[in-house]
Design a binder for this molecule. Structure first.
Ligand code: PAF
Length: 282
């Protein structure tokens, strides 16, 4: 398996393949891979003839030092998981200086307000940090296709806008959220949960589905306060936000109107671990 640590190594690898007109697929990750990432890789392998996985814990998207420090790392396991999908996948895992030669600065983008909602309210600068690293990766790989998970739906909309703003020729592929048996969305952070909290976290998906069943006939405020109460009833669970929003603008909605598309988003602090999830309602 090819593992590159330097941008120059990646460029050499890519040069060798340009002649074949390979379709380049990129799966950007921060490592600590799980089944959600593996499903992105499988889709990439099915659709592209050269697939790259980047593993880089991007400091500029963390607004909380302890979150960055505690972010799970498991490089050896990551490599063997990637190999389990395909030994042909190539890996890029740069050091921080390789991606941020001039210091840890991020670009300021105009995301048309998408970045100030939901996650943006709780993680100042987060999406500028995400877009900065994705932009650097797109510049390097010039991927034909890039694969992101629906669990981070707001992030996918940021990447979509980034592609428009910077005119990247990359097609954004959004892959469905992969869930544990109890409905908990796969996330690298799940490994930080105690066994009990991991089991109890099924309440999150349960409530998203409750919204899906009731949102057409019940006032949104009423549904939401019921869901927040249900989630917060577990020891150590504290809902940060629970919002029904317009699927495109991600702005908060009050009641159901026909011909509109809605999504429900949630973020819950489970002891020290922050879990997010969302589903499409219609
Ligand atoms: O979703 C992630 O893991 C990260 O936000 C990403 C897209 C790899 C950028 O660092």
């Amino acid at each position: 398996m090819i593992v590159c640590y330097l941008k120059s190594e990646v460029k050499n690898e890519l040069k060798a393949n340009i002649a074949n007109k390979d379709i380049i697929g990129l799966v950007p990750t921060m490592g600590s891979l799980h089944k959600g990432h593996l499903s992105l890789m499988k889709t990439a392998v099915e659709n592209c003839n050269q697939v790259w996985v980047s593993i880089f814990i991007n400091p500029t998207q963390f607004n909380n030092e302890s979150d960055l420090k505690n972010y799970p790392k498991n490089f050896k396991k990551d490599i063997s998981l990637i190999e389990s999908v395909s030994k042909k996948i190539k890996v890029f895992c740069p050091e921080i200086n390789e991606m941020y030669e001039k210091g840890l600065n991020y670009n300021q983008y105009n995301f048309n307000g998408i970045d100030s909602k939901l996650e943006g309210k709780y993680r100042k600068g987060h999406f500028n940090g995400v877009a900065t690293i994705v932009s650097k990766l797109f510049e390097l790989f010039k991927p034909n296709q890039a694969f992101f998970g629906e669990k981070d739906f707001q992030q996918t909309q940021i990447v979509k806008r980034l592609i428009d703003l910077e005119k990247h020729k990359t097609k954004l592929i959004i892959c469905p959220t992969v869930r544990e048996k109890n409905g908990l969305a796969m996330s690298s952070r799940n490994n930080l949960l105690s066994q009990k909290n991991r089991e109890n976290s099924s309440i999150i998906f349960h409530n998203l589905n409750y919204v899906k069943t009731h949102f057409k006939k019940t006032d949104f405020d009423q549904i939401i306060s019921k869901c927040i109460k249900s989630i917060n009833s577990y020891d150590g669970f504290k809902t940060e936000y629970f919002e029904i929003v317009d699927s495109f603008s991600l702005s908060k909605q009050k009641k159901y109107c026909e011909n509109k598309s809605y999504r429900v988003f949630v973020s819950v602090m489970v002891d020290e671990v922050r879990l997010i999830d969302n589903i499409l309602l219609n």
